[in-house]
Design a protein around this ligand. Structure first.
Ligand SMILES: NC(=O)c1ccc[n+]([C@@H]2O[C@H](COP(=O)([O-])OP(=O)(O)OC[C@H]3O[C@@H](n4cnc5c(N)ncnc54)[C@H](O)[C@@H]3O)[C@@H](O)[C@H]2O)c1
Length: 358
């Protein structure tokens, strides 16, 4: 593990430097250090981010600015890039809440995490099939997940790498954690894109628009039109009544625009980062602060909406999140067409998972 900067090389004494500057009050306790038995009474919150690429760093910096963690551990396979990213964040210390930032290429740096977010992933090589990419990412997860689970056996595991639904299943199997503690970022971001489009159209704040995309994070995701409400009022009927052209083809066009949002950004800037950073930070806030907010995230979906109990697949459904992870999944009132689409996605995902030899 790299030290952020070599203070002793710069002439600073290594141990107890603050004792020369501050004196304890009379009859006071000895100063607490993070490892001493007199450590602070409040348990510190630690978040680890595995993969310090575009997505991992956007997540880390959003979590940092939203003051969601006392310690952030960054892990990447590239030591120089990793050290550069860690130093760059540390240099913002004067403008931020006090957060300890540690980094390392070894999972040991994640020890005792409350939340581990996995963004490490191989990129698609031109011409490579999705299945081949998936197999490379599974090989990566075999290296990453078991040691992370060993170092933080009580942690919540939040998977972001793509294909997120299959990799959430892989992380669940490799970690041995209960399904309630393994969550995929799923369609939380897709739903935000959906809400943004509706909010732009109605000229309202997207936070006042409720609307869910569920199912697979990807081409087959399902827009739940009946879930749209604005300021608490169901809005789909009035949208339909006021738009003569709001037929099935138009709805499919909007769904495709939501799904295509990621491809558009990647085509323009090469990757997505800011929106996924905020999306994952919103999940981290709900989990770590026990907010019990409802988010569409990738969960073990067997038994929901006619998905076979025997098919262990993860896909996105609206779930109540808290400090224990997935506290429950909302029973949505789906049309038969929506439920059938969910079952089709579940079947494809399950078939993919069967090819993985886990
Ligand atoms: N779920 C979502 O909504 C969503 C949104 C955006 C991106 N993503 C996915 O997030 C992933 C990361 O995207 P990115 O743009 O940051 O890619 P990136 O290439 O910039 O970053 C990936 C990082 O993983 C690191 N890495 C590789 N192997 C590692 C290992 N064994 N241990 C630790 N780190 C390792 C790489 O060095 C790299 O820094 C991709 O799979 C992408 O598809 C998901």
């Amino acid at each position: 593990m790299h030290k952020a900067s070599s203070l002793s090389e710069l002439g600073f004494d290594s141990g107890g430097a603050s004792s020369g500057f501050f004196r304890p009050v009379a009859d006071g306790c000895p100063p607490a250090t993070p490892t001493s038995s007199a450590a602070p009474h409040r348990r510190l919150t630690k978040v680890s981010v595995i993969g310090a690429g575009n997505v991992g760093m956007a997540i880390a910096q959003t979590i940092l600015t939203q003051n969601l963690a006392d310690e952030i551990a960054l892990v990447d396979a590239l030591p120089d890039k990793l050290r550069g990213e860690a130093l760059d964040l540390q240099h913002a210390a004067a403008f931020l809440p006090r957060v300890r930032i540690v980094s390392g290429t070894d999972a040991a740096v994640t020890r005792n995490s409350d939340l581990v977010i996995v963004t490490a992933g191989a990129r698609q090589i031109p011409g490579e099939t999705r299945l081949n990419l998936l197999q490379r990412n599974v090989a990566l997860y075999r290296k990453i997940v078991p040691p992370v689970a060993e170092h933080s056996p009580e942690a919540l595991l939040l998977v972001v790498s793509n294909p997120v639904d299959v990799l959430t299943y892989v992380a669940w199997r490799l970690s041995g954690f209960p399904a309630s503690r393994v969550i995929g970022s799923g369609t939380n971001l897709d739903s935000s894109r959906f809400r943004f489009l509706i909010a732009e159209h109605l000229d309202v704040n997207a936070q006042d628009v409720q609307a869910y995309m569920v199912g697979e994070h990807g081409d087959s995701s399902v827009a739940i039109w009946s879930s749209i409400s604005v300021g608490g009022m169901p809005a789909f009927k009035s949208l339909r009544d006021s738009h003569r052209n709001f037929d099935e083809a138009a709805l499919e066009g909007i769904r495709r625009a939501v799904v295509g949002g990621a491809y558009e950004v990647i085509g323009l800037k090469g990757y997505t980062s800011w929106a996924i950073g905020y999306s994952v930070a919103s999940l981290a806030a709900s989990l770590l602060r026990d907010q019990r907010r409802v988010h569409p995230v990738s969960v073990l979906a067997s038994g929901f909406h006619g998905i076979s109990d025997g098919h262990e697949v993860f896909l996105s459904l609206p779930a109540r999140l808290g400090r224990g992870g997935i506290l429950g999944v909302a029973e949505m009132d789906l049309t038969e067409a929506e439920a059938a689409q969910l079952r089709r996605s579940a079947k494809t995902l399950w078939e993919n998972c069967q090819l993985l030899d886990l």
